[in-house]
Design a protein around this ligand. Structure first.
Ligand code: GLA
Length: 394
């Protein structure tokens, strides 16, 4: 789920201040504090549900939760952002479709654990997150991953990271109602400082690939276009349906099984729109493999062309970009970025621009100016670095 509410994000509070606030709100100390990051995807978009390859990383912005089990089945939830106040629910009476707002994320996790036969007691939970909301940086997955990590510890369920990925995906699909894949949870749960997560979405195997932009004199800029999107809306699901149709016509289990060399023949079998959707997935999978190889052999300064080609493919073949994302990408490229692309599910959210440190100011100023001239809402621009995955903080 990607919330469409653009209320301010939280503060990125440290565990100590979160614990103080927890005590003041709920009375008594939490049993612990857990955090999980948002993500950017370097390359590999919409390939996850096609059993393909992705290369995201966990960012240095995260959701932090202080949690304490209760003696009954009541769940009380409070977020430091927004003005919903304390949300109360009965852990024993959760059902998909019955919950609205940010509470869907933690309650979806409770529901999915129960479906799996894990008994989850009622609990009090305080959330603080500095992952920008609705910016396509997986703010909701960060919450879900922090909560599943906390409840895994508190219930002694002993779930592996792979199992938590599958469970939170099920929570998103069945409880929140967004037909998304496994990329975001995998980055949040399995990310590591200084590394991108090269994930094979068919078998969930992960290889950590060093991504040290700073050492190469680069920064990765995120340009949040402020265009809201929700993957529970139609666009994401219709792309997924096109991919399934394409795989069916081509007689493969998933588009992962189609090679670039097969595309010409596929053109004769598919209608033009499905063909373009398929071509994006097939070429994007190939770009991920090339990006991993290039990062390993030559470093981040050499992946710019792949980022650009990925954006063009999403704009022209998969048709998930929008004017704000295209303007962000084109302007960044025109003012010094060595590669840029939209990141995440599309239809809004953020672009990334891999930029030499010396050109950072120029790129930022040019993008702000171009948005003002186009009459678009002012973007938010910041840098991200690869950070640790979900963890217990105290
Ligand atoms: C969203 C989904 C992911 C993935 C991306 C597109 O972020 O949650 O599973 O499909 O879109 O790559």
């Amino acid at each position: 789920m990607n919330t469409t509410t653009r209320t301010g994000a939280g503060t990125g509070a440290l565990p100590d201040s979160l614990i103080s606030l927890f005590k003041a709100t709920f009375g008594g100390a939490p049993a612990g504090v857990w955090a999980a990051p948002g993500r950017v995807n370097l390359i590999g978009e919409h390939t996850d549900y096609n059993e393909g390859f992705v290369l995201p990383f966990a960012i240095d912005k995260r959701a932090t939760t202080a949690v304490r089990p209760r003696g009954d089945s009541t769940v009380r939830l409070l977020s430091t952002s927004g003005d919903e106040g304390i949300v109360e629910a009965d852990a024993a009476a959760l059902a998909p479709g019955a919950v609205t707002g940010w509470a869907k994320c933690p309650l979806g996790v409770v529901w999915v654990l129960q479906q799996r036969g894990i008994e989850v007691p009622g609990f009090d939970l305080l959330l603080d997150s500095d992952v920008p909301l609705g910016a396509g940086l997986s703010s909701s997955h960060a919450i879900e991953c922090a909560v599943v990590t906390a409840l895994n510890d508190l219930t002694g369920a002993g779930l592996t990271a792979e199992e938590m990925v599958t469970l939170t995906q099920h929570a998103e699909n069945a409880f929140v109602g967004a037909p998304t894949g496994i990329m975001d949870q995998s980055a949040s749960l399995r990310g590591a400082s200084g590394h991108a997560v090269f994930l094979d979405c068919r078998d969930q195997s992960v290889q950590l690939v060093p991504f040290e932009a700073q050492e190469a004199g680069l920064v990765l800029l995120v340009i949040d276009t402020k265009v809201s999107h929700s993957h529970a809306d139609g666009g994401y699901a219709s792309r997924r349906a096109s991919c399934e149709l394409g795989a069916g016509v081509l007689g493969v289990a998933a588009l992962r099984d189609v090679a670039v060399a097969d595309l010409e023949a596929a053109g004769g079998l598919l209608d033009p729109v499905t063909y373009r959707r398929v071509r994006h997935i097939v070429t994007e999978n190939d770009r991920v493999l090339q990006a991993v190889e290039t990062l390993r052999s030559q470093g981040p300064a050499h992946i710019g062309g792949l980022l650009d080609a990925s954006h063009a493919s999403m704009r022209d073949d998969f048709e998930i970009s929008c004017p704000e994302l295209d303007l962000a990408v084109d302007t960044a490229r025109g003012h010094g970025a060595i590669g840029a692309r939209m990141t995440g599910g599309g239809f809004g959210g953020s672009a990334i621009a891999l930029t030499p440190v010396r050109d950072e100011r120029q790129v930022r100023d040019a993008v702000v100016r171009a948005f003002a001239e186009a009459g678009f809402t002012a973007p938010d621009i910041f840098t991200v670095t690869p950070a640790a995955g979900a963890e217990r903080l105290s």
